[in-house]
Design a protein around this ligand. Structure first.
Ligand SMILES: CC(C)(COP(=O)(O)OP(=O)(O)OC[C@H]1O[C@@H](n2cnc3c(N)ncnc32)[C@H](O)[C@@H]1OP(=O)(O)O)[C@@H](O)C(=O)NCCC(=O)NCCS
Length: 154
């Protein structure tokens, strides 16, 4: 079962190992030919905290039966009624429905926090991400080589 939890140092051993070694994930996150960046547990946590501070955002660990397999993050935008989200999970867990479970968990959490919409954007080539948004009720707009998704939280 997938759950999300505010990121904590205890999640960062597993997460730093994923971003340090997952070549398939690095290719999706950073582009063709990009390699995973070796990142210590300490650096991983500090990077999350720096990102939150810089963007006014919030980072969560994505847990599969309590074990960290990815992250989800959001930034309040458009006067605070919309949450701009991003997420990833380790490539060894792709294609099993976990990405969809994750976005559904994020929908619940963000609705409880009072958001009205979730939005995300991705390259058109990111079929899995687009499909996850679609399965969670998103509508789409295309601009250039990117797809912009919106989910209304009701
Ligand atoms: C996006 C991501 C979280 C999806 O996770 P996941 O666990 O594989 O997602 P799910 O299994 O719930 O759903 C994936 C869907 O995409 C489909 N899919 C994946 N690759 C596909 C392809 N090349 N062609 C057609 N469909 C594809 C799967 O079949 C599945 O749809 P289905 O349930 O209708 O069969 C994962 O791929 C990831 O971490 N990617 C890297 C980071 C990223 O792109 N994040 C999104 C940024 S907003």
């Amino acid at each position: 079962m997938i759950s999300i939890e505010v990121i904590d140092r205890k999640h960062c051993e597993a997460l730093s190992l994923i971003v340090s070694t997952d070549t398939e994930l690095a290719r999706h996150l950073y582009g063709q030919g990009k390699a995973p960046a070796p990142t210590s547990e300490y650096e991983f946590f500090e990077q999350c905290k720096r990102w939150e501070h810089k963007n006014g955002g919030f980072c969560y660990a994505v847990l599969l039966d309590g074990v960290a397999i990815g992250t989800a993050s959001y930034v309040p935008i458009r006067g605070g009624e919309t949450a701009g989200v991003g997420f990833y999970i380790s490539s060894k867990y792709w294609g099993k429905g976990y990405g969809t479970e994750l976005l559904n968990e994020l929908k619940k959490t963000l609705k409880e926090k009072g958001f009205k919409y979730i939005t995300g954007n991705m390259p058109k080539s990111n079929i899995a991400s687009k499909r996850v948004f679609e399965k969670c009720g998103a509508k789409f707009k295309e601009r250039g080589d990117r797809v912009y998704s919106v989910i209304e939280l009701q």
